[in-house]
Design a binder for this molecule. Structure first.
Ligand code: S3P
Length: 216
């Protein structure tokens, strides 16, 4: 099986070790026969980059998905916070959005360059930057968690840690962001629609979409 980028991918039998990345194996009739009857493990050939609007569930789904895939989970926003020694609201307030965007761009490039394939949750604005999108296309596999306005709003309304939503009408702000960003998010390699269902169901849906994409 091969991806559009030509990388080899195998859905191999699980070793049960939950270890990170196995080298993709050659197709083997025995393993193929077994794969219908045993739980199989997917080998992630590249970092899976989760994109989508605030509240889409990139971190919560990403963390569980990484566990299922037996790879690391990394949250780009947390990496930026660590590098800056400040929270995201503090970075916006004290250093400005442009500095945040610059850090975001550099962190994502570094993670894609330096780390073995993992699941990477990105902030909602990351995929909007042309050069970040290009590096993700080049080195990663992008997956858009697409959610409707009510689902997003319900989730973001629970917290007040998002500088872009400190507006008079955050729901309207989200609606505007959907209008400008969804056409760009649609460039992702894989698109999964998420709804207000238990998170395990969404993780399963994302996992199946990933496997289907890798087997194309
Ligand atoms: C942003 C989304 C946030 C965070 C920052 C800006 C955006 O991340 O990066 O507040 O531009 O949409 P989440 O999408 O994880 O909330």
């Amino acid at each position: 099986m091969s991806t559009a980028s030509g990388a080899r991918v195998d859905v191999a039998e699980s070793s049960g070790s939950g270890s990170a990345l196995a080298t993709p194996a050659s197709p083997c009739p025995e393993a193929a026969a077994q794969s219908t009857t045993v739980q199989s493990a997917t080998v992630l050939p590249r970092t899976l980059v989760l994109v989508g609007l605030m509240g889409a569930g990139k971190s919560s789904i990403g963390r569980r998905l990484a566990q299922r895939l037996g790879v690391d989970f990394v949250d780009a926003d947390s990496e930026i916070e660590t590098a800056a020694g400040r929270t995201i609201p503090e970075i916006f307030e004290e250093l400005g959005e442009a500095t945040f965007r610059d850090g975001e761009r550099r962190v994502i490039r570094r993670l894609l360059d330096d780390r073995t394939p993992h699941v990477l949750a990105t902030g909602g604005g990351a995929f909007m930057a042309d050069d970040t999108r290009a590096v993700i296309r080049d080195k990663g596999l992008s997956l858009w968690l697409k959610a409707d306005l009510d689902t997003l709003y319900e989730r973001v309304a629970r917290r007040s840690n998002r500088p872009l939503l400190k507006t008079a009408d955050p729901k309207e702000t989200l609606r505007g962001l959907m209008a400008t960003r969804y056409p760009v998010y649609a460039e992702a390699d894989i698109v999964v629609e998420t709804r207000r269902v238990p998170i395990e169901a969404t993780v399963e849906k994302v996992y199946q979409a990933l496997v289907a994409h890798l087997n194309q």
